[in-house]
Design a protein around this ligand. Structure first.
Ligand SMILES: [Zn+2]
Length: 133
């Protein structure tokens, strides 16, 4: 007999004192292997959200934080080597995955907000439930 476990989810990593990651979690935060090297940052001088490439250059400025996040996730997706996609399938399947991003605002899908949401929706098998014997 097998027991079905919950579907893998994205967990928001927190800095709160006493907070601990739940079991069966893999971190996809920077600077780890599956961290998103495309960064979103608020620029207080012009009140815009910027997206920076892995080498630090600004590739876009956005009034909307959601648009900046979407661009960073798109860059992650189009620049993810096929071998890394395969590795993600192998290493992340059946696990919850953890990132610093807060939950997206209402109406914004997580796959357009955080690269870990994208991973959950786009890496084959990641949404499969793991079965405990
Ligand atoms: Zn994230």
């Amino acid at each position: 007999m097998t027991t079905l476990l919950p579907y893998p989810q994205r967990i928001q990593r927190k800095r709160e004192r006493g907070w601990r990651a739940p079991p069966n979690v893999v971190s996809v935060c920077r600077p780890g292997r599956f961290g998103n090297p495309w960064r979103v940052k608020f620029d207080p001088t012009c009140l815009m959200w910027e997206v920076r490439s892995p080498t630090g250059g600004v590739i876009g400025m956005f009034e909307s934080r959601a648009d900046a996040h979407k661009t960073a996730v798109e860059q992650f997706a189009v620049n993810l080597p096929a071998a890394e996609l395969a590795a993600a399938r192998e290493l992340l399947a059946g696990r919850n995955i953890m990132c610093w991003c807060p939950a997206p605002p209402p109406g914004i899908p997580d796959r357009e907000w955080c690269h870990s949401g994208w991973l959950l929706d786009n890496v084959p098998l990641l949404r499969l439930r793991c079965e405990a014997a």
